[in-house]
Design a protein around this ligand. Structure first.
Ligand code: LLP
Length: 423
């Protein structure tokens, strides 16, 4: 047995998830599809939860990473709350019965309707990111004759050393309230009649693979908390956000939830706050794959192209962030013959040069019809997929031991015209 990823290994020359052969799934449901290991999702969640067991905490799973109802439900059953960023995500969380008092709502551009929706459903708190948003929230709450429970998202001005598109805690970013103005905004919030100031929130970015940025930011936030207390502003919740990275490349070392917790706990022990965490990728990233079929192998004078049946619309991370996802054949015999390795670009059928899954990658030689697995695709895979080029969205499969279940049906052509005028 060769372990490939959490919950995935080669057995009898075939890639399996738990006790299910991926090839059997492909035969039944066709390709492409995302496939997740239920056992590993639970293990990831429990590891995170256990890491923080010595303090009062709530894990609000960040639904944007993967908001499939079955996955959110599974996590809810494990005790997770939800971190949402839109009315749509709030709707999905409520739909599967996440208790409203376990839901936090972030985002720089919440609409009037979204704020009202959140207030009417009595969520735990809105993480407010600007003064105009604070004022609008106050106004809406007043109209609803409610007190809006809020935290302020503070931007600590820390470089998380991650891809610029996914770093959010620098002063120049659009996120949060500048730390230098935090006290002033807290004072203002306190004065607003329909606002209940409950917490403080930070989220500095995603796929962060070092602990220092978290420590530096949290250090600044803890300092601020002390200053606020001196001014008589006492809070109840400290929301540390998400952002812990996973290792996409073999041998890449990333902190475990335990190491992450140990560092952070040393800073917050003694605070009488309830700690909220918003992990997304660390829960679902390394427990899901995207299965694809080779359509053609095309050799040009400059390059070898492996043209597969998934594209940038199904997994946009390589095109958008130049992200690396390991790609392996579903059949082990191919993995074992390094002699047959060739340098290829793995590309999809979409009409864009930026449509690739891997560039200049050494891959075992493949032929048309072979199946490949794109690894670590559980987070920001399906959730960022689109119908570009009128491509129906792929299916999603959840494996439990020796069984699997289609948790999202593959879209058909009819789905592509839903809501449009046919005549
Ligand atoms: N909380 C807030 C307020 C967030 O904005 C995010 C992610 C999270 C929590 C969860 O972060 P995580 O634990 O998953 O790193 N599409 C990009 C990632 C964008 C992350 C956006 N915010 C990617 O594919 O890498």
């Amino acid at each position: 047995m060769i372990t490939v990823m959490k919950g995935f290994d080669y057995r009898d020359n075939e890639l399996c998830c738990e006790k299910v052969r991926i090839e059997d799934v492909a035969k039944k449901v066709g390709t492409p599809f995302y496939l997740y290991s239920q056992r590993s999702i639970i293990d990831n969640y429990r590891a995170f939860d256990k890491a923080f067991k010595e303090i009062d905490h709530l894990i609000c799973y960040s639904c944007k990473a993967n908001s499939n109802l079955s996955i959110c439900r599974l996590l809810k059953e494990q005790g997770a709350g939800a971190d949402v960023v839109s009315g749509g995500e709030l709707y999905k969380a409520l739909k599967i019965g996440v208790e409203p008092k376990r839901i936090v709502f972030s985002g720089v551009g919440k609409t009037r309707e979204e704020i009202e929706y959140a207030l009417k459903n009595n969520i735990l708190m809105l993480n407010v990111e600007s003064i105009p948003e604070l004022e609008l929230t106050d106004e809406i709450a007043g109209r609803l004759k409610k007190k809006a429970p809020i935290a302020l998202r503070i931007n600590p001005d820390i470089d998380p050393n991650t891809h610029p598109h996914i770093s959010t805690g620098l002063a120049k970013s659009k996120f949060g309230i500048e730390i230098s103005r935090a006290k002033e905004v807290y004072k203002k919030a306190k004065e607003l009649e329909n606002i209940e100031v409950l917490g403080i929130h930070m989220h500095i970015g995603s796929q962060i693979t070092e602990l220092e940025p978290f420590v530096d930011s949290l250090g600044k936030i803890v300092e601020l908390i002390k200053e606020l207390e001196k001014e008589g502003i006492e809070l109840r919740y400290l929301d540390i956000g998400g952002g812990l990275g996973i290792s996409y490349k073999k041998g890449e070392k990333t902190p475990t939830p335990k190491e992450f917790a140990k560092k952070l706990l040393s800073l917050i022990k003694g605070l009488k706050y309830r700690i909220i965490l918003e992990p997304g990728r660390a829960i679902i990233g390394d427990v899901g794959i995207l299965v694809t079929k080779v359509l053609y192998v095309k050799k040009t004078s400059k390059k070898n192209f492996v043209i597969v049946d998934v594209a940038m619309n199904d997994l946009i991370r390589p095109s958008l962030y130049d992200a690396y996802h390991e790609i392996i054949p579903i059949g082990k015999s191919k993995v074992q013959s390094p002699k047959s390795k060739v340098m290829v670009d793995v590309v999809g059928p979409v009409c864009e040069s930026g449509d690739y899954l891997a560039k200049d990658r050494e891959l075992a030689e493949v032929k048309s019809g072979d199946l490949l697995a794109i690894l670590d695709a559980g987070a920001y895979g399906f959730s960022m997929s689109s119908n570009y080029n009128a491509r129906p969205k792929v299916a999603e499969i959840l494996v439990e031991k020796d069984k699997y279940c289609i948790i999202r049906k593959r879209e058909g052509y009819k789905d592509l015209i839903r809501g449009e005028q046919e005549e």
